[in-house]
Design a protein around this ligand. Structure first.
Ligand SMILES: Cc1cc2nc3c(=O)[nH]c(=O)nc-3n(C[C@H](O)[C@H](O)[C@H](O)COP(=O)(O)OP(=O)(O)OC[C@H]3O[C@@H](n4cnc5c(N)ncnc54)[C@H](O)[C@@H]3O)c2cc1C
Length: 446
């Protein structure tokens, strides 16, 4: 029996008719979400401040897609595992339907720390340092896990392919500057949100998904979310033909061969939104090579390998990151209600004494992927669309009597529902606030 705590109890989504939804943000999160709703028969409008999709964190032309490898299986590791499959699967379907998406999924080597032990898993195999070096084309520093069907993807290509659907329209160059609920569910009204853009043009929508990466912070409803900016810079340089890296190699940093170029990354600077390329960050990316490889970067060992020596190019993006490095997903809680109703959680009163949670009607959030965009986006979009389209509901006894479900199909539906609800609790937007409220005020973080 599923019985979440009152603060994680989800609202019953109102029957949506007509099935229309607005999504703010055309990065990985917004584009995957748009596609999931479109394939469920919804009309989707995606707003983005930029001239086209995938210009911010999702502008990466060689983002790694690799399994999230952990020693123990947890709900979070299962989520990332399913996210890896969801992204891979979607990529294949888009390619099979004729979309051109630059990618290479020939495998990735994850270098192992000395003491690390990982369980057997069909997603990877253990390889010795010698074998790993042969596969990489260069001498690596450690034995590795070789992850099949992992590699890199061009995210702008992927985002454009996701949006290429008759039910989706992209409204580019439209920054949503204000979000306001103009009617509520009272008196049988459907909730309606007014989105206003930079030119004061209003758009009305009953369902809105906030999927705007670091732009989430500009909306009042997100004020209580501890999502912070993390700047990242990657460095590109030649992949020398006489000493060529042939597979992506990851450890504390990563090196990815893309044609005759190498992508090295990436830096990780919290609370930094500066989009300027920094030579010092190129130096840091070049220096991290030695953590991966047992031979120097350039063919000529006398080269100093400084950014100016090597004609580096690069790219900077700002990740939106949460404190537990899990995404933030689901119906948007009314945080004022949470503060009022759950402020005494730290007294240890019985759970049943608290009222059920309150949410903003028709408003959802999908973001804070941090460095794991490709492992999050596909699964987050599926979970959200399943939830909004009522797929999360356990069949009622009446429904069971009316339909001719077999016991087996009932249990499959039931399992899917339980999974969706478990993940929505894991990724619940109010989880950070609840953790704070469970602590005595003196021990809460400011
Ligand atoms: C240097 C670097 C390297 C990375 N490498 C990898 C990697 O190898 N593998 C991996 O899985 N992940 C990687 N990531 C992380 C991944 O890129 C992100 O997690 C992912 O792209 C985030 O997608 P998003 O849609 O949430 O945000 P974004 O891509 O930032 O999209 C947000 C969109 O919302 C729009 N927007 C914002 N505010 C508004 C508004 N008010 N109105 C309208 N539009 C708005 C923006 O224009 C933008 O298009 C990397 C990130 C960086 C920075």
């Amino acid at each position: 029996m599923l019985k979440p705590s009152p603060w994680f109890r989800l609202p019953d989504t109102p029957a949506a008719s007509p099935k229309r939804i607005s999504i703010i943000g055309a990065g990985l999160a917004g584009c995957f979400t748009a596609r999931e709703f479109a394939e469920r028969g919804w009309s989707v409008t995606v707003f983005d401040a930029a001239e086209h999709a995938a210009t911010q964190a999702s502008a990466n032309t060689a983002a790694l897609l690799r399994p999230h490898v952990t020693r123990d299986e947890t709900l979070a590791s299962r989520f990332f595992g399913e996210g890896f499959d969801a992204c891979n699967d979607r990529l294949q379907r888009l390619i099979n339907s004729g979309h051109r998406i630059q990618h290479e999924l020939e495998g990735v080597l994850l270098l192992l720390q000395a003491a690390a032990r990982y369980p057997e898993n069909p997603l990877y195999q253990f390889v010795s340092q010698t074998d790993a070096s042969k596969r990489a084309g260069l001498a690596v520093n450690a034995p590795a896990l070789f992850c099949h069907s992992a590699g890199w993807i061009n995210l702008p290509d992927l985002c454009c392919a996701l949006l290429d659907h008759a039910q989706i329209s992209l409204q580019a160059a439209t920054r949503i500057t204000n979000l306001e609920l103009v009617s509520s569910q009272n008196d049988n009204d459907s909730p309606t949100w007014r989105l206003t853009d930079q030119d004061h043009i209003p758009y009305l929508s009953q369902h809105v998904v906030l999927a705007c990466g670091i732009g989430l912070g500009s909306f009042d409803v997100c004020a209580d979310l501890p999502i912070s900016p993390v700047r990242g810079q990657i460095t590109q340089r030649d992949n020398p033909p006489d000493n060529k890296l042939t597979l992506p190699v990851c450890g504390r940093s990563y090196a990815v061969p893309v044609g005759d170029r190498l992508v090295l990354g990436s830096t990780y600077d919290r609370n930094d939104r500066d989009l300027q390329i920094r030579p010092v960050d190129h130096e840091a990316n070049l220096a991290s090579w030695q953590h991966l490889f047992a031979q120097p970067l350039a063919a000529d060992p006398s080269t100093k390998n400084t950014a100016s020596d090597l004609q580096c190019e690069g790219w900077v993006g700002i990740r939106a990151s949460s404190p537990d490095r899990l995404p933030v997903l689901g119906p948007m809680p009314d945080m004022t209600f949470y503060r009022e109703q759950y402020h005494s959680l730290h007294h240890g009163r019985r759970t049943e004494e608290f009222p059920g949670a309150r949410y903003w009607p028709g408003l959802y959030i999908n973001g804070a992927y941090g460095s794991r965009g490709t492992n999050c986006a596909g699964r987050c979009a599926e979970l959200l669309a399943d939830y909004v389209c009522h797929r999360h509901r356990l069949p009622t006894p009446e429904h069971t009597a009316q339909t001719e479900h077999t016991a087996q199909s009932q249990s499959v539906v039931g399992d899917q529902t339980k999974n969706t609800l478990k993940y929505l609790e894991l990724l619940h937007p109010a989880r950070f606030l609840i953790r704070q409220l469970k602590k005595a005020p003196a021990h809460r973080q400011p």
